[in-house]
Design a protein around this ligand. Structure first.
Ligand SMILES: Cc1ncc(C[n+]2csc(CCOP(=O)(O)OP(=O)(O)O)c2C)c(N)n1
Ligand code: SF4
Length: 277
């Protein structure tokens, strides 16, 4: 049997030489490993992929890959990722970050990225806390989480990212657990391969500020049902599970939004003439 002319890229080839500065035991290490496995599984090459992030511990991820990377400003990963995909449709775009970055300061961008359904994949490493800035509650923090910064808890109802993504128009919605490296890689590969906006919420423990999240490994289980393409059924399932069912929960068939590029360029002088008083 003859060997392929070009060697296939292995997962390790997607890792950069930059050593992560995450705390020992942080779930984000495993997310990085799953991402590199998924990209290798899809037979992509590092130069085919751009990883775009905001700010936070989890948002450091682009630097740890060998792909094109953009470590931007807090909450704006999806704005950059959307623009990049529109300008460079040939690239596979991964936007990544934390629950604070994506659901708090970036919450509005999250809604509209789902609605636009541009072909990209959004990975949120959700640890229900702002890790980088030392443990403030995030939109997904439980209302009774007692901490030095929020004695007695916030008392606020948590944001429900999966159902919000579904209601806003995301075409692929999944939940994963960082501790299951192989399962998370498979979910990521499906998300990347699915056309349109794919959202993967990854439970990724912050062992420093939420050490109790180490127990998540006892709580997660594979979703007992196959993915559905019926948004109403998906919404009912997601609203009624306990947050620990892992797998692809919704796979739709909305056509991705692909605005034309290069055809509608106008000269600045044309606009100036139109707005002249
Ligand atoms: C405009 C702006 N506001 C606030 C901050 C401070 N800040 C940096 S990271 C962060 C939250 C990070 O939390 P999350 O996205 O959940 O990521 P994690 O560190 O938990 O991975 C905040 C509030 C900032 N860098 N920029
Ligand atoms: S503070 Fe939390 S989220 Fe940040 S690197 Fe440490 S364990 Fe991970």
């Amino acid at each position: 049997m003859s060997l392929p002319a070009v060697a296939l890229v292995a997962a390790k080839d997607f890792k950069s030489e930059t050593k992560p500065v995450w705390c020992p035991g942080c779930g984000d290490y495993s997310v990085l490993t799953s991402l590199t496995r998924a990209l290798a599984q899809l037979a992509l090459k590092p130069e085919d992929v751009a990883v775009v992030s905001g700010i936070g511990c989890s948002s450091r991820i682009p630097a740890y890959t060998n792909c094109y990377g953009f470590h931007g400003v807090h909450g704006r990963a999806l704005a950059v990722a959307t623009g990049l995909k529109v300008a460079r449709p040939d690239l596979t775009i991964i936007a990544a970050g934390g629950d604070g970055d994506g659901y708090s300061i970036g919450g509005n961008h999250f809604l509209h990225a789902c609605r636009r359904n541009v072909d990209l994949t959004y990975l949120v490493m959700d640890n229900h806390v702002y890790g980088m800035t030392k443990g403030q509650p995030s939109p997904t923090t439980e209302p009774d989480w007692d901490s030095a910064l929020t004695p007695g808890g916030t008392g606020l109802r948590p944001f429900h990212p999966l159902v919000i993504a579904l209601a806003s128009g995301a075409n692929f919605v999944a939940r994963a657990f960082s501790g299951d490296v192989v399962g998370t890689a498979e979910i990521m590969a499906k998300a990347i391969a699915s056309p349109g906006f794919s959202f993967v919420e990854i439970l990724s423990p912050c062992v420093t500020f939420r050490p109790e999240q180490r127990q998540w490994k006892e709580l997660v289980r594979p979703s007992p049902v196959a993915p559905t393409d019926d948004p109403a059924r998906a919404a009912r399932r997601i609203m009624t599970d306990d947050g620990f069912n892992v797998g692809v929960l919704y796979a739709g068939d909305r056509r991705p939004y692909r605005p034309p590029i290069g055809r509608q360029q106008r000269l600045l002088s044309e606009f100036e003439r139109r707005f002249a008083l």
